[in-house]
Design a protein around this ligand. Structure first.
Ligand SMILES: [Zn+2]
Length: 387
């Protein structure tokens, strides 16, 4: 399937047809063919988003088959203390949310919800991935609805808390989702969310503009979105270095009115400036990556068959050197990434070839290098791109 880009849509927040593209990406995606997407902003309201995105069918298939956030180690997940993200969310909830039913949209295996339950909330949630829903019951004994926010939120009412943890930026229509959350909350209920924050472009990791993220919110931008859905922020917290990029967590209460997103020349100018700096920062990182790869004689294996590898193929000439692609996710084995069938780590190790392995991951580079070393891959054949 060669999925062509959809034409530029109207702005998903204000409806204006004023999209300006700042960066185009052509992504060869495991098992899905090629997607042509573009990132930029709405020159009317300033909203930064994918101004050209992959088709709904491609995104559905991507999430269903390859990016379904399932858990590789149930026992470790059950024993794990709350991670940093869970602790940020819980801290805001403890400060601002009433106790009652906490319902998480896009809850995956329920790894936040289990800690909300320990803290005294009744918990529920929904996720479109049947595998994640099954794991939520199996690992944490949480009954999760299998479906989307649009299918599941209308069946709920009088909720104390609706949680969107790194979910709104994935949604085609985050405003519609927040309006549904508004209707499902009790009068004192709050919405709690965290999203990547479009601030401090010099701090973002390579590949910040990515297939799955359709929207990018600044502090003012997320506030406008919430106000358009009938909420007002009670508290906003930006964490600059907690993740691979700045993030913003917000807890917001219901108000009696919706404030539609309209033209905002200052916000549009702010977005233009942000994008200029971000693109310059991103280009500099990829230039360094190209220089690093130029030192490596081919052929090479690439470790990792995800979206980061699609970006690596788009932004560097590594494709001509690739002998094979390896991924630890069994769902990807046998699928094609461009002209290469993806193989398992075991299949790669069994070949015992004296060939460099390029690690295509920013956030897991160190761990992957360590596991390659432990598996007997010579240090000279382990190619780290970032550290
Ligand atoms: Zn707009």
């Amino acid at each position: 399937m060669d999925a062509a880009a959809q034409p530029m849509d109207a702005c998903p927040l204000c409806g204006a047809g004023a999209a300006v593209e700042a960066q185009a990406q052509t992504l060869a995606l495991a098992g899905l063919g090629v997607a042509h997407i573009g990132f930029g902003h709405c020159d009317s309201c300033g909203h930064i988003h994918q101004v050209r995105r992959a088709s709904d069918a491609l995104l559905r298939e991507h999430y269903a088959a390859y990016s379904n956030y399932t858990c590789f180690d149930p026992q470790a997940a059950r024993a794990a203390p709350p991670g940093n993200l869970t602790r940020r969310l819980l801290s805001l909830a403890e400060a601002r949310a009433p106790k009652g039913m906490a319902y998480e949209v896009g809850c995956a295996t329920g790894y936040h919800l289990t800690h909300f339950r320990h803290a005294g909330w009744a918990v529920g949630g929904c996720d479109p991935s049947p595998k994640a829903v099954a794991q939520a019951r199996e690992i944490f004994d949480i009954a999760v609805d299998c479906g989307t926010d649009a299918q599941m939120l209308p069946r709920r009412g009088d909720l104390a808390l609706v949680l969107f943890s790194h979910v709104l930026e994935h949604m085609v229509d985050p405003l519609a989702a927040l309006k549904l959350a508004h209707a499902a909350l009790g009068p004192d209920g709050v919405v709690l969310l965290e999203v990547p924050c479009a601030t401090a472009p010099e701090l973002v990791a390579p590949g910040w503009f990515t297939l799955e993220h359709l929207h990018y919110f600044s502090e003012a931008g997320i506030t406008r979105l919430l106000e358009a859905a009938g909420f007002a922020p009670l508290e906003l917290r930006i964490s600059f270095r907690a993740e691979l990029y700045p993030v913003i967590a917000v807890v917001a209460a219901k108000t009696g009115r919706r404030v539609p997103v309209g033209p905002d020349a200052l916000a549009a100018a702010e977005s233009r400036r942000f994008l200029e700096k971000l693109i310059a920062h991103d280009d500099a990182i990829w230039q360094a990556t190209r220089a690093r790869l130029a030192e490596v004689a081919g052929p090479v294996y690439v470790w990792g068959a995800g979206v980061h590898t699609a970006q690596l193929l788009d932004r560097t000439p590594v494709y001509g050197k690739i002998k094979g692609v390896i991924d630890r996710d069994s769902q990807k084995w046998g699928s094609m990434l461009a002209d290469h069938a993806i193989i398992s780590p075991d299949a790669f190790f069994a070949r015992a070839e004296d060939v460099p392995v390029v690690i295509s991951s920013y956030n897991a580079e160190r761990q992957i290098a360590q596991s390659l070393s432990e598996a007997g891959v010579a240090a000279r054949n382990i190619v780290r791109l970032y550290t």
